[in-house]
Design a protein around this ligand. Structure first.
Ligand SMILES: [Zn+2]
Length: 493
């Protein structure tokens, strides 16, 4: 390795110092930088491209299922927030306020949106007259601000973060539930089919649901360091927001009815999960689905072979580009192949093609998989199909590795000592019967900072809230009282 490539590389180890390693990958792979104000980051082109890849998938699915995009102001008058007391109480400690405009003090403080229910709902109320106006499905891609005093971790913990927030109104509770499941399914799909991350679906316990919600459903992803990430949430808000903001409609019998509403969101924390799940001590690892560059071609030449090697490599690059792949031909003169290999590994390019004089002579190309360096020689003639197959294989490798981590890390425990010991030793999820009392979560939380991240659901997808299945034993894993629910404890991001 040249000294140049050592500077370029990652110095921390994922298994020993996951926090430091993560920060290094984000910066060295050019995804984001720290802003001058604590708690904020600057998203660089390569990081933003990943966010756009998620956006493209989700936005397409939203539109296919009846959602329209809108944009509401980033400021919310205090009196609007106060119309929903749960929102006020839930977000109060984290709301940033604007009190002055130019040189003048404002008559009414404006909140920087921590979420937009309280400004969208009044307009939905205006726009909803008859049952024919429902369902109404609105979404906005924007950023929100929650002033949390914690250490900055790009994409996981920042005061301002990018997300999408969907807001819908329905004539019936069944309609609202269908909506909740549709969105939860789309979130699951973006994790599993785009980000190569398997997730668990469930609901948040009563004490941890979205302020004012009837039910909060969630997809949870397990990170290699044993902590759970809340991947996205989809809330059935029941009629609480509709009542607070007068979202009513005239039904088919000319009777006035109160609507049912939902909200659902996925933030750029999905990027954090993506980086954390697949990357390694060489740098970023990306599934081909989202990688800004899917294939890099590195020509390897001497002065006397340069012309023929380059010409051959260009031909392959053209063929791949024509077939729709995102390809880069790295023909920089001033860098040697070793440097280029390291750089593209650091940046997470899923597939590398090496072309030297031997490949040219034999009409072949050498293909190297980023995640495990597996090397294969393929014929020049069938290169387009071969690349397609290899990219799929790489996706499957990443998914399967993440799936194995998840499957190996759901364990059962039946006493506080066992719960604490299991999470302490292995991390991951600990599944236990639960009485439903928040105090039992506190016992675990105080000692080890693990909490109930979700409760599994069965019969979900239908027109009701789904049921938490009965546990195998009927005693709460913490207090021993009768238990008829299952809880998953984990440390979380
Ligand atoms: Zn209990």
């Amino acid at each position: 390795m040249s000294s140049e490539s050592q500077e370029l590389g990652i110095t921390e180890s994922k298994s020993h110092k996951p926090g430091e390693w993560y920060a290094e990958v984000v910066q060295k792979a050019d995804l984001a930088d720290y802003a001058p104000m604590g708690g904020f980051i600057v998203t660089k082109p390569r990081g933003y491209a990943l966010w756009e890849a998620i956006q493209d998938s989700l936005d397409g699915w939203f539109k296919e299922t009846g959602v329209d995009n809108v944009y509401f102001p980033m400021f919310i008058p205090e009196s609007f927030l106060e119309r929903e007391k749960d929102i006020v109480e839930g977000f109060d400690p984290e709301v940033a306020w604007v009190t002055q405009g130019g040189h003048d003090e404002l008559e009414e403080r404006l909140a920087v949106r921590p979420t937009s229910e309280s400004i969208i709902a009044p307009f939905m109320a205006d726009w909803t007259r008859s049952h024919r106006d429902l369902p109404m499905r609105l979404n906005q891609w924007c950023s929100v601000v929650r002033w949390e005093a914690t250490e900055t971790k790009p994409f996981f913990r920042t005061k301002e973060f990018m997300w999408q927030e969907g807001h819908t109104a329905h004539a019936s509770n069944e309609g609202a539930w269908e909506e909740v499941w549709t969105r939860l399914g789309q979130y699951e799909r973006v994790y599993e089919d785009v980000l190569a991350i398997p997730v668990l679906r469930g609901k948040k316990p009563e004490h941890d649901k979205f302020p004012g919600a009837d039910t909060t459903t969630t997809v949870e992803a397990l990170m290699p360091d044993g902590k759970s990430v809340q991947g996205a949430t989809s809330h059935n808000l029941g009629q609480s927001f509709a009542e607070a903001f007068d979202i009513t409609f005239v039904d088919e019998d000319e009777e006035e009815q109160t609507a049912y509403t939902t909200s659902w969101g996925l933030s750029w924390r999905a990027l954090g999960a993506l980086i954390m799940t697949h990357s390694d001590d060489q740098g970023l690892v990306l599934p081909p689905t989202v990688a800004p560059t899917q294939v890099v071609i590195v020509p390897i030449w001497q002065e006397d072979t340069k012309e023929e090697v380059l010409e051959y490599a260009e031909g392959i690059a053209d063929d791949l580009e024509d077939a729709g792949f995102r390809v880069e031909l790295d023909d920089r003169d001033e860098r040697n192949p070793g440097f280029k290999f390291n750089e593209h590994e650091l940046n997470g390019v899923p597939l590398r093609l090496e072309i030297g004089p031997y490949e040219v002579e034999d009409g072949e190309a050498t293909l190297v998989h980023r995640p495990d360096n597996e090397e294969t020689v393929e014929d020049r003639d069938g290169i387009v199909d071969a690349v397609d197959e290899h990219l799929e294989e790489i996706y499957d490798k990443l998914y399967e590795a993440a799936e194995e981590t998840l499957e190996d890390n759901v364990r059962e425990a039946h006493s506080p000592e066992e719960i604490l010991g299991t999470i302490g030793k292995h991390g991951g999820y600990v599944k236990t019967p639960w009485c439903g009392d928040e105090a039992c979560e506190e016992v675990i939380k105080e000692k080890i900072a693990a909490e109930i991240v979700m409760q599994p659901l069965e019969d979900e997808g239908g027109s009701s809230g789904g049921e938490v299945p009965e546990p195998d034993r009927d005693e709460c894993g913490v207090c021993g009282d009768p238990a008829d629910e299952i809880a998953y404890f984990a440390k979380s991001y």
